[in-house]
Ligand binder design. Structure first.
Ligand SMILES: *Cc1c(COP(=O)(O)O)cnc(C)c1O
Length: 382
């Protein structure tokens, strides 16, 4: 019997495992020297920009929104074809997520529809680089500049993605990355917030907010020469990254390019194999601007929406994991009940939302396994 091929699984090297064991033996597993080192490595990776680690991208997005002053009554523009946390963090601050439609072919937010969604209350725009395909950022940054808005890029899928020869995270306003194990790079759980070093106010705020509003890190307090006294200057969250997580992240960052290369190689094989199924399924369109896809997810649209559930069930019976990433957020009960959203609002998001399925893509997926997935999919549509 075919062994189960999941949607995703992390690849953890032996060096990573050894490093984790060393941390466990070191006597210090909370936030400490390795978390600091991870932030330095990330800062290098992002060409000298500031990188602050947190426990998740969700925590990072929330803290970043707070850092730019998003509060009750504000509006934040984003996409509905995304994971719950993108809009949840907006709503948790009492602000209103304004969902702008996607492009039917790229599955990314449509930059041409953002300006008309702006109101007096708009504070920020949160584009999501869906699946790892960079959003067309230039026009969005132009709108933000003209209207004096901030941009927080939900870059949870975009470690290693590039837009017009620039790595996501090396330019723009604020980016938030996820190191959840399902993503293309992991630290067990975790995330980081990236921005320009000139944003000293935001840096200070995020450092306080991620750790109880305490004005010095716990590592400082418990190391030999530190004072044991501290001040609480605001009520803060508890979303600091541990050294255990950082130990994983440091190695994954070193291995990222190689892992993404493997993902892109497998994605290209899928693309080639599915070219003949263009009447049955569509794939994420490749934009005209120069880009590099991280290869986080491989989404396809089952054109006949009535067949999607059968398709996923058929793959499951054949030991292949899939998931409908994402069900549009504006159709979940909280968003319907709270903001009066409903179906009919976002044409392309709803079209894609009914048809989209992500299929397995991860570095350890073997070519013979992928060939099996491809032939199973072809069998379904035959
Ligand atoms: C996974 C994900 C998040 C949240 O990441 P966590 O690290 O799990 O909090 C946010 N946005 C998008 C688009 C995601 O896919």
């Amino acid at each position: 019997m075919q062994k189960f091929l999941p949607l995703s699984k992390p690849t953890i090297s032996n060096e990573t495992i050894e490093e984790v064991i060393n941390v466990l033996k070191s006597g210090w597993i909370a936030t400490g020297p390795l978390s600091q080192k991870f932030e330095e490595k990330l800062s290098e990776y992002f060409e000298g920009r500031q990188a602050l680690c947190v426990t998740s991208a969700t925590a990072g997005l929330k803290v970043a929104l707070m850092a730019i002053g998003v509060k009750a009554g504000d509006e934040v523009i984003t996409t509905s074809l995304t994971f719950a946390s993108t809009a949840n963090v907006i709503a948790m601050l009492g602000a209103k997520p304004i969902f702008v439609d996607i492009e039917r072919d790229s599955f990314n937010i449509d930059p041409n529809k953002i300006a008309e969604a702006c109101t007096e209350k708009t504070k920020a725009i949160m584009p999501v680089h869906y699946a790892g395909l960079p959003v067309d950022l230039d026009p969005i940054y132009e709108i933000a500049k003209a209207k004096n808005l901030r941009i927080i890029e939900d870059a949870a899928h975009a470690m290693g993605s590039e837009y017009k020869k620039r790595k996501i995270g090396t330019f723009g306003d604020i980016q938030v990355f996820s190191f959840h194990p399902i993503k293309n790079m992991t630290s067990g759980e975790g995330g980081c917030i990236v921005f320009d070093k000139s944003l000293t106010k935001e840096k200070k705020f995020i450092e306080l907010q991620r750790f109880h509003g305490i004005d010095r890190s716990i590592w400082d307090r418990f190391s030999k020469n530190a004072s044991c006294y501290y001040d609480v200057v605001m009520p803060g969250e508890k979303s600091n990254m541990s050294d255990l997580q950082a130990a994983i992240g440091i190695h994954q960052l070193q291995e990222l390019e190689q892992m993404n290369e493997r993902r892109r190689f497998l994605a290209a094989r899928y693309r080639k194999a599915f070219a003949e199924l263009s009447e049955k399924i569509s794939m994420q369109a490749e934009p005209e601007y120069e880009f590099i896809h991280s290869g986080h997810l491989f989404p396809i649209c089952v054109k006949d929406e009535t067949k999607r559930d059968d398709f996923m069930a058929f793959l499951k019976e054949n030991s292949i994991g899939t998931t409908p990433y994402y069900m549009p957020l504006h159709l979940f009960s909280y968003y319907k009940n709270t903001f009066g959203y409903n179906s009919g609002m976002l044409e392309h998001t709803e079209y894609v939302g009914k048809r989209i399925v992500c299929i397995p893509l991860y570095t350890a997926l073997q070519e013979v396994e992928q060939d099996y997935i491809i032939s199973t999919i072809k069998k379904f549509f035959a």
